[in-house]
Design a protein around this ligand. Structure first.
Ligand SMILES: [Zn+2]
Ligand SMILES: [Zn+2]
Length: 85
């Protein structure tokens, strides 16, 4: 006999509570006080505040003028939207 078999009723209860929002599935989040962006990790929030928040994106697409914070985002955009490398 396996004592550790999960209890189906318990699982259903748990799902029910998650659906009702009574249990927060994401344990902790970090909000940027300036723009409200949400990050899972403090490091990411710090990096955002240091490099991105309140600043204009450094890179822009010369074709459609969309702005990007990082070069690889622009490169990806060029490939996907304009089929350029
Ligand atoms: Zn911010
Ligand atoms: Zn573009």
């Amino acid at each position: 006999m396996n004592k550790f078999e999960p209890n189906a009723n318990h699982l259903n209860m748990f799902r029910h509570f998650v659906n009702c929002g009574q249990i927060e599935p994401v344990p902790k989040q970090y909000f940027c006080g300036e723009c409200g962006k949400v990050y899972k990790w403090m490091d990411n929030l710090r990096r955002h505040q240091r490099l991105e928040c309140g600043k204009l994106p450094k890179w822009h697409c010369e074709i459609c003028l969309k702005m990007f914070y990082r070069r690889y985002e622009l490169t990806k955009h060029m490939k996907l939207k304009h089929h350029k490398t």
